[in-house]
Design a protein around this ligand. Structure first.
Ligand code: AMP
Ligand code: MG
Length: 340
């Protein structure tokens, strides 16, 4: 279900300097998909063909990956226990690889636990589950249980999949590939605050992206310069409920079954790969800065990534690979610290 809607300034990332004097104006398209407002800006190549094909691709992916939508491959997998889809098999294979790399901090089979908390499809029935319910749901968690044989995927009894932590990164990568096929070398794909930068600006300089302050929509944590990168943000403020004065959010630590308690409020991951950027943002939210640094070290050769993380104590940590490209906002009121 995609419809064109009036462009709204809903993005988690403000884009700075896209409409500079002298820079050519982009062809733009706003798309509503994956429960979010997406904004596509294309600066060169076959711009209108690129936008048209990207829009239908986003609609196709929504219909493939939305576990709440009857007829989607994920819905079929969760309800029938099996589905045949080459594309879903490839995405689940990548997800299993990320689950292994993160020690299970990112794991799409967390779905039954999400459902207990009321963060399942439809949602709304929020409640704090009992310990024995959580233990039972956790016993079905683990990407290792998902059986992938070519394009045939099957789930053992009780295992359920939720791709909410990786779908937008995958969608961003697909749109980027479609743009490239249309000769686009300069574009911004903003999937509701999760951004994919294609190339740099028309004048050859890098894009400048302001990382939003989750506590103040008028402010930002800093400005990041980048090209050919995904910048994906996970935040515990995005979905939550309160019970007896305690806040419970939607990023679950698969080690405990409880909302992640890493002390991180918002995590932006910078990475060249879309699905990894998205899944790593979720994983870093679970792991916290120290374990995330160890993960960065472990992936240094294969999937290098950097991150910017805001703690509940008001410190913005950013990794040393961003030392030259991330400029802290001295007026944000936060403390800043470089991590290495
Ligand atoms: P994101 O905004 O990318 O961090 O994704 C958050 C969504 O991912 C949640 O709304 C859940 O659907 C799902 N999710 C929550 N916790 C996890 C986890 N530990 N691993 C994988 N997916 C998760
Ligand atoms: Mg994610």
């Amino acid at each position: 279900m995609i419809k064109r809607i009036i462009p709204l300034m809903l993005s988690c990332l403000l884009l700075i300097g896209c409409a500079q004097r002298g820079a050519n104006e982009p062809a733009q398209q706003t798309v509503f998909a994956m429960d979010t407002v997406m904004s596509l800006s294309v600066y060169d190549g076959a711009r209108s063909d690129a936008l048209r094909d990207a829009e239908s691709e986003l609609s196709r992916l929504d219909a493939l990956l939305d576990r709440g939508a009857e007829g989607s491959a994920v819905h079929e997998l969760n309800t029938a226990g099996a589905v045949h889809s080459e594309e879903l098999a490839a995405l689940l294979t990548a997800a299993a690889q990320i689950a292994r790399a993160t020690g299970g901090a990112f794991d799409p089979t967390i779905a039954p636990v999400l459902a207990l908390w009321g963060f399942g499809p439809g949602g709304g029935n929020y409640r704090v589950p009992a310990e024995d319910e959580l233990a039972a749901a956790l016993s079905a968690v683990g990407m290792g249980r998902v059986i992938i044989d070519g394009a045939d995927i099957s789930l053992p009894q009780g295992v359920q999949i939720d791709l909410g932590g990786i779908a937008k990164g995958y969608a961003g990568a697909r749109v980027r590939d479609i743009f490239a096929e249309h000769g686009v070398t300069s574009a911004i794909i903003d999937l509701g605050g999760d951004v994919c930068l294609l190339g740099g600006k028309s004048d050859g300089s890098p894009w400048r992206v302001a990382v939003r302050d989750p506590a103040d929509s008028e402010s930002f944590l800093g400005v990041l310069e980048a090209r050919d990168r995904f910048i994906v943000t996970s935040g515990v403020y995005e979905r939550y409920f309160e019970e007896n004065g305690v806040r419970y959010h939607h990023i679950i630590d698969p080690a405990t079954g409880y909302p992640a308690a890493s002390g991180l409020v918002s995590v932006s991951v910078v990475c060249a790969d879309g699905p990894w950027a998205d899944a790593l943002a979720t994983a870093v939210s679970v792991l916290g800065t120290q374990r995330a640094l160890a993960l960065r070290e472990q992936l240094r050769e294969t999937l290098p990534f950097e991150f910017i993380a805001l703690t509940d104590g008001g410190t913005v940590y950013y990794t040393d690979g961003l030392a030259e490209t991330f400029a802290p906002n001295s007026e944000s009121g936060y403390d800043y610290a470089l991590l290495s």
